[in-house]
Design a protein. Structure first.
Length: 485
């Protein structure tokens, strides 16, 4: 496949990927709002504790095999059969391990109710691991239209419908467990029916060695990413309990959902594209520049909006009983932006097989999080959020240093400035509305939203942002054109 064909396919894939995540985000926000009114904060805290252990099992049950299938230049049926054997064996082993260590996890978090929750949730490990093979084949082929159908249908039918029905029947935290199992089940069934990849486990020593040589390192990195990315949840659950963790978890979720949707869409497309352009450094630089510019222009204003409007967002989405999450949302919005802006750098690092550098960066992330958690833990949930923000800044700088031969500081600066200008202008508009006194609360919120949107739109017509405006219009036109064709 030529470079032009790859770029065209990536553009079309990006359009479908954004449509997928936008649809998922819409349903996710709706389901989150419903579940927040049906379940107590402690239920979300307890499930967040289980998820920390589950993510540990997820990385080792999948062994990085999915990424190896995407990255492998030539893929045979024996490679796929070997991948099935590795995935099924590893996920079954990890299920047994989690079943055994569940009481010790409950002891660590000082929560007796965690053991049965963790054992029940472990069932989803095997289903998720099995689904990763057909989904990786779709990513490799850059068939994101089908990927979207699978992702949205599994979330709506599996997670949302099952979770809400269980919550309405007063199953409490088990509603979240059954929702996760339901989503994984639908995802696996639909993916296997659509992709029709052979489910015939076999063993090919040479193929397994190739898969492990890349996938093994990716799995180690994924484990370190899990450890560093879960430290805030791990420490909050250990030292503050399930109720406080529930508030922190939902606050982080509210700030993450719209931002993660934008970044995740781009990340799905970038890794297979970077892998195909491994011999074309100039092509990688150009794709990175465009992707990073798009992320900055969308994420920075979005984070400013979430932070400025956090009281309104929390009250509307989660309800009046969740006001404790408001400061967490404001801080985590910017932390998530820094984290998500580091993702293209991490993907580029992985696609160029600079895995030792990526491992070193994860150690930096873990050490930084531990230091700042102990420094800020006296400030409660807000302190954890600040520690998370500082940690993400250190990681972002570390990736810039690791990729200094490929990504110049000027590329980062030129891609970031438009987003900063739009974010500052929009924040000024939102802040101006807060100066008006003696207004009903809902009128106040409405003026903040209007001021934010108008100032953000106005900033795009400033002379320095003329190219930014044209680029965004062209990207939107190209995306719609790709979807139609």
């Amino acid at each position: 496949m030529t470079k032009d064909n790859l770029v065209n396919k990536a553009t079309k894939g990006l359009a479908w990927s954004y449509l997928s995540t936008a649809t998922n985000a819409f349903f996710n926000i709706g389901f989150a709002a419903i579940m927040a009114r049906l379940l107590a904060p402690s239920a979300f805290g307890l499930f967040a504790m289980a998820q920390v252990v589950m993510r540990f099992g997820q990385y080792f049950s999948q062994m990085g095999i999915g990424s190896a299938l995407v990255q492998k230049p030539e893929l045979s049926k024996r490679d796929i059969g070997t991948a099935w054997l590795i995935i099924l064996s590893a996920s079954a082993a990890m299920f047994c391990i989690i079943w055994a260590i569940a009481p010790f996890a409950a002891l660590f978090f000082k929560s007796d109710g965690l053991t049965p929750i963790l054992r029940g949730a472990a069932v989803a490990l095997i289903l998720q691991a099995a689904a990763s093979i057909p989904l990786s084949i779709l990513r490799r082929d850059m068939d994101f239209k089908v990927y979207m159908v699978i992702e949205v249908s599994s979330y709506v039918l599996g997670y949302g419908t099952v979770g809400i029905l269980c919550a309405l029947n007063n199953l409490g935290v088990w509603s979240l467990v059954w929702a996760q199992i339901g989503q994984a089940s639908v995802q696996l069934v639909v993916a296997c029916l659509v992709v029709r990849c052979p489910i015939v486990p076999c063993w090919d020593k040479a193929g397994a060695k190739q898969l492990f040589s890349f996938g093994g390192k990716v799995s180690i990195i994924s484990f370190l990413e899990y450890l560093s990315g879960s430290l805030d949840t791990l420490l909050a659950g250990r030292f503050f309990g399930d109720m406080s963790l529930g508030y922190y978890n939902r606050g982080k979720m509210v700030s993450m959902l719209p931002l993660y949707s934008v970044s995740n869409s781009l990340g799905r497309v970038l890794f297979p594209l970077y892998s195909r352009l491994n011999d074309d450094e100039d092509g990688q630089r150009e794709i990175f520049r465009k992707g990073f510019f798009l992320l900055c222009t969308l994420l920075l204003p979005a984070a400013a909006g979430i932070s400025a409007l956090s009281p309104m967002i929390v009250r509307i989405l989660l309800g009046p009983n969740w006001d404790a999450t408001v400061p967490v949302v404001g801080i985590c919005a910017f932390a998530m932006v820094v984290n998500l802006l580091a993702n293209p750098l991490a993907i580029l690092c992985e696609a160029r097989a600079l895995l030792k550098r990526k491992i070193a960066i994860q150690f930096v992330r873990i050490i930084t999080m531990l230091i700042f958690f102990w420094a800020f833990m006296g400030h409660g949930l807000v302190g954890i959020a600040y520690a998370y923000l500082v940690c993400q800044i250190f990681v972002f700088i570390s990736y810039l240093v690791a990729l200094r031969e490929v990504v110049s500081p000027w590329v980062i600066l030129s891609a970031t400035l438009p987003g900063v200008v739009i974010a500052l202008s929009a924040s000024l508009g939102s802040y101006s509305a807060t100066l008006l006194e003696n207004l009903p609360l809902h009128a106040h919120w409405g003026l903040q939203v209007v001021g934010f949107v108008l100032c953000a739109a106005f900033s795009l017509f400033l002379p320095p942002l003329k190219n930014t405006r044209c680029d965004l219009i062209n990207l939107a036109k190209n995306g719609f054109h790709r979807l139609k064709t």
